[in-house]
Design a protein around this ligand. Sequence first.
Ligand code: G6P
Length: 372
Amino acid sequence: SAAEKGGYDYFMLKEIAEQPKAVADTLLGRIDLAGNLCLDEVRIPASVLREVSKVVIVACGTAYHAGMIAKYAIEHWTRIPCETELASEFRYRDPILDQRTLVIAISQSGETMDTLMALRHAREQGAKVLAICNTNGSTIPRESDAVLYTHAGPEVAVASTKAFLTQLVACYLVALYLGQVRGTKWGDEILSVIRELSEIATQVDQVLETMEPVRELARSLADKNTVLFLGRHVGYPVALEGALKLKELAYMHAEGFAAGELKHGPIALIEQDVPVVVVVPSPRGRSVLHDKIVSNIQEIRARGARTIVIAERGDETVAPYADHLIEIPATPTLLQPLVATVPLQVFACELATARGNEVDQPRNLAKSVTVE
Ligand code: G6P
């Protein structure tokens, strides 16, 4: 009913708008005044976490993209090797697991069969399993050694939005916590990132307030056949997520690429007027990546692409090459997906509407897939 949708036409619009609150709720009570993480609810003792020699993340769909981003954060802040794998592929390749492996299963519903089978396999091999889940008492957390709940509230639209942002928050918390527990040379950076995390809800809100031009752009692309997405570092999974949203909702051909791979194939797809969304890393910090992406944008534009550039506010170097510039607030590099994903959600939702598609219930898809 209209009331359930809180005045929005679709649950998806409501859930996109709820993201600042979902992010804030997921952080609530998990950081103390001194900036230390309080994750006692994760009932894996610090002594066990200090012995972890490998992290493996398993998930499906949008949750898998959260897991891909988590890999960057975990390896950077903890120096523990981490791999992220599609849950449906995991157990069939006989993965190497032991008591010192921490498996993180990410699932909004907690009922996805592929993810459940992956975690059962991991536990049979003696690995510890931590679930990141949005649904209290669901099967995946019940079968795991520990759980960190995301507090997104119920997500109704099939295409995941607020759950994804809170999965990211939970992944960052786990990465920072592991870093804090184990003590790495990144101690100061960890403290400053924890402080910056508490600004993110406000920044997501700022992004939401500037989305009208993105909706207009989406409507203008309603009769296109394909949209490409490019990103690098944590922007790569963001590009994959932008493409997934477009497939799910607009039923368009959409693909995400690692920008560095462009020259190894995808650049052959660039022709006159093809829309290409590019996620640009901050010019501060890892500026090498930034400069490389800027030259990618120049390359595709020279071949006629219509460039849709998502870049940090005040990043003046990209503006001349952007047919459409979407500005996002400055964040630490690893946190950028929390703000960069939001315009892509709005973009896909508006394109679906413009193409007359059912936004909350896309064809052929289910909110939670309980078969393998
Ligand atoms: C389904 C949904 C996706 C979701 C995936 C994983 O395919 O349509 O939106 O990302 O399942 O769901 P989970 O509940 O495990 O996060």
